[in-house]
Design a protein around this ligand. Structure first.
Ligand code: OGA
Ligand code: MN
Length: 201
């Protein structure tokens, strides 16, 4: 992976697309874990906004999520890989990102996520957004693209298998277009610091 080039793209355009991101073994293991959670119905309707104004609002976002944690070995392995990626981001982008958070997400057919930024108004802890697509056979008619808004206009990115999109949480406005098939991803954020330490700032 030519990280120097990729992180240059991130700095220059506000986002970068990395196809075939995860090694095949980890992709398969992580997909297996995701499938178990889906089959056990363990994903919950996602909310909008931080803490107390978390509104569950299907008019804004229609996805169901499950946060990854270290209790499950497959999730732990994925999170360890993310700690490594965070190290690369810190190194190449001269950042000092101290924490991270990731969730599995499924969008049922006809759902979407309206145009938004990933930084909450009330805090700027989210610095770099991460979306990895887990869709085995995505077809153009399934739609559900990630639309990113740049200075030059907008670009639509199909949520194809093992495609990673990294983007600046503060400046890149984006949306998930209406999907016509179940759309699966792992979405996450590289954070300035652990959310529970924010009161120290
Ligand atoms: C989000 C989001 C994009 C995607 O969860 O905040 O914008 O392509 N997801 O799933
Ligand atoms: Mn978003």
């Amino acid at each position: 992976m030519n990280w120097e080039y990729l992180f240059d793209q991130l700095a220059e355009h506000g986002f970068v697309v990395i196809d075939d991101y995860l090694n095949e073994e980890m992709f398969v293991t992580t997909t297996g874990r995701f499938t178990v959670l889906i089959d056990k119905n363990e994903l919950a309707k996602a909310g909008v906004g931080a803490q107390k104004d978390r509104l569950v609002n299907a008019a804004i976002r229609g996805d169901y999520i499950s946060w990854l944690n270290k209790d499950n070995p497959d999730e732990a392995a994925f999170l360890d890989a993310m700690t490594e990626l965070r190290g690369l981001i810190n190194q190449y982008c001269c950042l000092n990102l101290g924490a991270q958070e990731f969730h599995f997400a499924t969008y049922p057919p006809l759902s979407f996520y309206s145009r938004h930024f990933d930084q909450f108004k009330e805090n700027s802890n989210r610095k770099i957004s991460f979306v990895l697509y887990m869709n085995e056979a995505w077809l153009p008619e399934h739609a559900g693209e990630l639309r990113v808004y740049t200075k030059a206009g907008s670009e639509d990115l199909a949520p194809i298998r093992n495609r990673l999109v990294l983007f600046r949480s503060d400046i890149l406005e984006h949306e998930v277009l209406v999907t016509h098939a179940e759309r699966k991803s792992i979405t996450g954020w590289f954070l300035h610091k652990e959310p529970e330490l924010l009161f120290l700032t």
